[in-house]
Write a protein that binds this ligand. Structure first.
Ligand code: EPS
Length: 410
């Protein structure tokens, strides 16, 4: 079983992630993890915090001489703001977030932000300081997830699995609909808002500027595309073995995500059945790889299913989208109620992003990588990556119509 935990508060000393279940022999370096951490930190519309941090995951365990050992992989990401910055009351974060009791009062946060975890969290944990909640329920935690995702990506790479993301909508400004195979991924990486279409990128940047001027924030939609997946990953036999379940949970667990859809998604509800299903190509149109096995067995004419049927991969690209609501912290705060006195007040504001939808795409890649790596390991097992690869190759050689299989001279 592949599993991970994160720990850490936004302005505490740092973030920790432990990932367990990655086989031995996967090539891994801190530099590789850093690439994804850096991608998460980009995106027009971020606040001052991203200028303070240069996220770097220091490997603590589970890796030796550039390869995983099969033991738990632990990473540590420092919060630079903790040791260098000051909180809203002018006191250093080392004081505000001190692990030891401090002399004098630490200014509590009592002006709850509608839309953030502040209100239900403070009620549930019976605290008089919403900082006890918001420090953990912060997008900062997603840096640890991206480090975990980078390790999962390194595991998936030898199978030819690639995972990418792009922004398709911020604040209602939409990129033109593009088939996943047509997306120019280099343009996405070069765009300030991770959007493949130049005109849409510009319009989104303008929308972010307008939102900043109004003192508000923007949500949006990102799309994740995973290619190179074998057919039959996941399972149909039990609700918690379906890959669609793992992916929905992985993406749905991200802060601010309010909806997840696969392939045609909600639009599929409007289609008649004969337009919604993905017709299988005749065998004469299938392609073989250099080893004689089918390069992509059971290919389809379309991919409305987004690469998932019955909770299993079809072998077509996996396509999922997620809707992210606007950030709850706004320059013009909403009316609120004081946590202690019950008096009407304005919600708390320290500093914030206008939008972080571009970063959400990178976090979505990481969560997708985790769900896919887990499902690949469920299918192929292996304590060392060579064993996993052997099992994968042996399986792939069996997929396809029996009469047309290389083993039968087909
Ligand atoms: C966040 C508020 C901002 C974001 C932060 C998440 O931080 P600060 O309060 O320090 O200005 O920049 O995101 C990150 C630190 C990050 O690494 O993504 C929030 O309230 O969730």
């Amino acid at each position: 079983m592949l599993r991970f935990l994160t720990a850490g508060e936004s302005h505490g000393a740092g973030l920790v992630a432990i990932l367990e279940g990655i086989p031995a022999g996967v090539r891994l370096s801190e530099a590789l993890i850093r690439q994804d951490l850096a991608r998460r930190q980009t995106g027009y519309g971020r606040g001052g915090r991203m200028k303070i941090e240069t996220d770097y995951a220091v490997l603590q365990s589970g890796v030796r001489h550039g390869e995983t050992l099969g033991s738990p992989i632990a990473v540590l990401i420092e919060n630079r703001d903790h040791s260098t910055g000051k909180g809203p009351d002018g006191k250093p974060w080392t004081h505000t977030m001190s692990k030891e009791a401090v002399d004098g009062e630490v200014t509590p946060i009592r002006r709850l932000r509608p839309g953030h975890a502040d209100t239900p969290g403070a009620a549930k944990y019976a605290t008089q300081d919403a900082r006890d909640i918001l420090e953990r329920s912060s997008a900062r935690e997603s840096a640890a997830r991206v480090a975990v995702g980078a390790v999962c990506r390194a595991f998936l790479a030898p199978f030819g699995v690639e995972i990418r993301s792009h922004v398709v909508n911020i604040g209602g400004v939409r990129a033109p609909a593009t088939a996943p195979e047509q997306v120019d991924w280099e343009r996405v990486e070069a765009s300030p808002v991770r959007c493949a279409d130049d005109a849409a990128s510009e319009a989104v940047v303008a929308a972010i500027d307008a939102a900043r001027a109004k003192g508000t924030s923007l949500g949006g939609v990102f799309e994740v595309v995973a290619t190179g997946l074998p057919i039959g990953i996941g399972d149909h036999i039990q609700w918690d073995r379906k890959l669609s379940t793992a992916l929905s949970a992985a993406i749905g667990s991200m802060n601010a995500v309010k909806g997840v859809e696969f392939g045609g998604g909600f639009a599929e509800a409007d289609l008649p059945g004969h337009e919604a299903q993905d017709v299988i190509k005749p065998v004469e149109e299938w392609e073989r790889g250099a080893d004689g096995a089918w390069a992509r067995p059971w290919p389809r004419r379309t991919n409305n299913a987004g690469g998932l049927e019955g909770g299993m991969t079809t072998g077509e690209p996996l396509v999922l989208r997620a809707a992210v609501k606007p950030i709850a912290t706004m320059i013009n705060p909403l009316p609120s109620v004081d946590l202690a006195t019950g008096e009407v007040s304005q919600a708390h504001y320290e500093r914030s992003d206008i939008t972080f939808v571009p970063a959400c795409g990178v976090i979505g890649e990481a969560m997708t990588a985790f769900a896919l790596a887990g499902a690949m390991l469920d299918k192929f097992g292996g304590d060392r990556i060579d064993e996993t690869l052997r099992n994968w190759r042996a399986y792939m050689a069996t997929v396809g119509p029996v009469a047309a299989s290389p083993a039968h001279g087909g």
